[in-house]
Design a protein around this ligand. Structure first.
Ligand code: PBG
Ligand code: ZN
Length: 277
């Protein structure tokens, strides 16, 4: 993925300096541990890569808003977003909920400013809200990956994050791109469970869904401009096929026009520069 790298914690701290100079004060963290196992132990440990990263980044940059992606696919050796029921060779939704609550507390204790569960498990929002409240983190917001499609646009990310599933695919927990009604219902459901921010992911091929959800919910709506979308623009720009800056801004405007309040994007630094920061 051009211009996108795995970073050490030291590099991430330096990157925050650059981001702030561009007026960017929020980041979302994805952890890639040295050792992966069947239950994603690194994600459950207070000395795991993410816990350590949150602590060190917040110590160096208290003014940086640190969001954590909460999932298991980068931490498990099988690459799925949850714990596997080995007898049935599927993700065990309820076992995953239990461990997700643990992971959320690890993030909270380390100092995360917002938790963003991305695994698409049923009941995840109410589970995390209850667990966080019980542990005293009543003010800690949850950004739900509420409408997340099973998408070919995630290809480059899985490569960078080393999270390609070792068997099967994610269609049992991610959503069918053809199903508009379910897409809307999933975000309404997460709002009812207590999500503070909703999300549509990917963005570009789902502008209609962004608008639908905007009109049917009252939480701020984030969109995730994913790796495949980024890569398409990058490679077309490099080949001189499109006016890169122009198409980039046109794309960002489309997200806003569709109803996005928050844009999560690999283009963030480029956009900040184009906006004159
Ligand atoms: C999985 C996760 C994915 C992305 C971030 N976290 C999708 C997936 O692999 O199914 C995709 C991000 C991107 O493509 O930029 N929890
Ligand atoms: Zn995942």
């Amino acid at each position: 993925m051009p211009g996108v790298f795995q970073m050490s914690i030291d590099e991430a701290i330096k990157e925050c300096e650059t981001l702030k100079s561009l007026g960017l004060y929020s980041i979302i963290l994805f952890g890639i541990p040295d050792v992966k196992d069947s239950v994603g132990s690194d994600a459950l440990c207070e000395h795991g890569i993410i816990a350590q990263a949150i602590r060190e980044i917040k110590a160096a940059h208290p003014d940086m808003f640190v969001v954590t992606d909460l999932c298991f696919c980068e931490y498990t050796d099988h690459g799925h977003c949850g714990i596997i029921d080995t007898a049935r060779e599927t993700v065990d939704n309820d076992a995953t909920l239990e461990l997700s609550a643990k992971q959320a507390i690890v993030h909270a204790k380390a100092g995360a400013d917002m938790i963003a569960p991305s695994g698409m498990m049923d009941g995840i929002i109410v589970t995390l809200r209850t667990a966080l409240d019980k542990a005293g983190y009543v003010e800690l917001p949850i950004m739900a990956y509420s409408t997340k499609f099973s998408s070919g646009y995630y290809g480059p990310f899985r490569d960078v994050a080393e999270s390609v599933p070792s068997f099967g695919d994610r269609t049992t927990y991610q959503m069918d791109p053809a199903n508009r009604r379910e897409a809307i219902a999933e975000s309404i459901e997460d709002e009812a469970q207590g999500a503070d921010i909703l999300m549509v992911k990917p963005a570009l091929a789902y502008l209609d869904i962004i608008r639908d959800i905007k009109e049917n919910t009252s939480r701020p709506l984030a969109i995730y401009n994913v790796s495949g979308e980024y890569a398409m623009l990058k490679f077309a720009g490099r080949e001189g096929l499109i006016d890169y800056d122009r198409v980039l801004m046109e794309t960002m405007i489309a997200f806003k026009r569709a109803g996005a309040s928050i844009i999560i994007s690999y283009h963030a630094k480029e956009v900040a520069k184009l906006l004159g920061h």
